[in-house]
Design a protein around this ligand. Structure first.
Ligand code: PFF
Length: 510
């Protein structure tokens, strides 16, 4: 297949903003502060920064560079690098597709809560009522049964979510480039307003101390390191087919080394800003001890309790509730559309399809599948699928990508691409090569084994995590994982069935 005419970013800032928009998402808003609360505040921040520098940034550069060099999504780029490695790319793409299906539902929940903010006006001081707002709206049973109960408001918001996602990416880089000017800056403005409120509450200083002052005794806890590694990879949106696709729309002049630094440090800065918002607000309302590790619990149950304790005025509290959930909407949208864009790019590149039609079809299919998570059983299923995608599939993709580039190919060739247009900052070879060849695969492997051991020792049998039945883990975990791994071979079968299909024979050339 010849290189098809594909979109390109209108400017350097469009690319940087789109990549920041993808990286900065719900993970920054609730996972990062939740993990910091769990692991001794400042100590987590330091380890996060270290892991980001040592392995996160080189990995980000690598993904953008292979996309730019081959002008293809991740399966095509890997194929050009090493013929047999295309299935690794499809593994990444299919896992990204699964993530997009449930991420859209979480996006729908935050839209719903933004609409429902007015409910906080009547429940000033009533924390019990506050923590029930979301659970009542989504009609969850909290278990994997209860398909009969559906929530019409959630379905309505899900429709809004998918329409917004499609609208933002319908013309690829053309529309994405325009939208990210708003979706990247709006959440920062909202977070600054919320931080302003938090910082002036009595008790805020206590919260800040907890967030920033490191408790070094936590450094010996392996779970801190494990959580930091997982969060760095998740937060930078790597291994999700996104950054390769975004890199594939870059022109030859792009300075990948410098831009990746800007993307990673902006992402970190916004995580820290979210941490300031949550730690000061929670501390100011006496809720600091209740912050949960799971972001969903913090955002939809604990934070609402803080909202009704913010001030004595119901209206003011409702306004802050709106700002918070609107902020989450603007954080979620550009991550959600970036992941669909990554999948769409991979498929349209492979089969030389019209990008817009591919995107529309994907939104329709993913939209229908996402209805599964809007039933009473949806929250439990989302918990299971999310755990498996992040703890296993994503990590396996990362290990395989690092092996392909680090061991089956030559990381120095990728580094040359990274440093092609550098001016002052040049990525050093020792840093890049040691990271891609050794540190990234080893730390990811450690993370994978840790998760696997926790799965089997976490109370359930044969991998029934968190008290969910083995059957639900079999379906929501093992089966989906197996399908994602098999996706490359399914694509191969489709390719063989297509009569006029011409294989893509482009190779990486220096
Ligand atoms: N970097 C994103 C975040 O921190 O929220 C991760 C992400 C999740 C990107 C889901 C895209 C997505 F659909």
């Amino acid at each position: 297949m010849s290189k098809q005419k594909r979109g390109s970013w209108g400017s350097r800032s469009q690319f940087i903003l789109a990549a920041i928009g993808s990286a900065v998402g719900l993970g920054n808003a609730w996972r990062f502060p939740g993990l910091a609360a769990k692991h001794g505040g400042g100590a987590f921040l330091l380890v996060y920064l270290l892991v980001m520098l040592v392995i996160g940034i080189p990995f980000l550069m690598m993904e953008i560079a292979i996309g730019r060099k081959m002008h293809r999504g991740v399966p095509g780029a890997l194929r050009a690098i090493k013929r047999g490695s295309e299935p690794v790319g499809w593994f990444a793409v299919s896992n990204a597709f699964v993530i997009s299906v449930y991420y859209a539902v979480v996006f729908a929940w935050v839209i719903l809560m933004a609409f429902a903010s007015f409910k906080f006006a009547d429940i000033t001081g009533d924390t019990a009522a506050a923590s029930g707002v979301w659970a009542d709206l989504i009609k969850t049973t909290g278990t994997t049964s209860g398909y009969g109960t559906i929530s019409i408001p959630v379905i309505g918001c899900l429709l809004i979510a998918w329409v917004l996602i499609y609208t933002c990416i319908r013309n690829g880089t053309g529309t994405v480039g325009k939208v990210v000017k708003y979706t990247v800056f709006l959440p920062i403005i909202c977070l600054l307003i919320l931080a302003g409120k938090g910082l002036f509450m009595s008790g805020a200083f206590e919260g800040l101390k907890k967030f920033f002052i490191p408790d070094f005794s936590t450094l010996s806890d392996p779970s801190l390191w494990i959580d930091a590694i997982g969060q760095v990879f998740y937060s930078l949106s790597i291994m999700m087919a996104i950054m390769v696709a975004y890199g594939s729309f870059l022109n030859e002049k792009a300075n990948i080394a410098k831009d990746s630094m800007i993307i990673a440090f902006s992402d970190f800065a916004i995580s820290v800003l979210s941490g300031i918002v949550l730690f000061t607000t929670m501390s100011g309302t006496g809720q600091l001890g209740n912050m949960t590790e799971s972001g969903i619990g913090t955002a939809f149950i604990v934070y609402p309790q803080s909202i009704v304790l913010l001030t004595n005025s119901g209206i003011t509290n409702a306004i802050f509730a709106f700002i918070f959930y609107f902020c989450l909407c603007t954080l979620a949208i550009d991550s959600a559309f970036s992941i669909i864009e990554g999948v769409s790019t991979a498929i349209s590149d492979k089969f030389d399809l019209n990008h817009k039609k591919t995107t529309l079809s994907l939104c329709l299919v993913a939209g229908i599948l996402s209805l599964w998570f809007t039933t009473g059983a949806g929250l439990a299923w989302l918990d299971i699928v999310d755990h498996w995608c992040n703890a296993f599939s994503l990590i396996l993709v990362g290990i395989l990508e690092a092996i392909v580039i680090g061991w089956l190919f030559n990381p120095l060739k990728v580094l040359k691409e990274v440093n092609r247009n550098t001016d002052k900052f040049k990525m050093p070879a020792w840093w890049f090569v040691i990271s891609i060849k050794i540190l990234a695969p080893l730390t990811l492997l450690g993370f994978f084994i840790w998760n696997l051991v926790s799965l089997f020792t976490g109370g359930g049998i044969y991998g029934a995590q968190d008290g969910y039945s083995f059957a639900s883990n079999l379906f929501g975990g093992w089966l989906i994982l197996a399908l994602c791994i098999a996706s490359g071979f399914i694509v191969k079968l489709i390719e063989m069935k297509l009569r006029n299909y011409k294989p893509d024979n482009d190779k990486w050339e220096d």
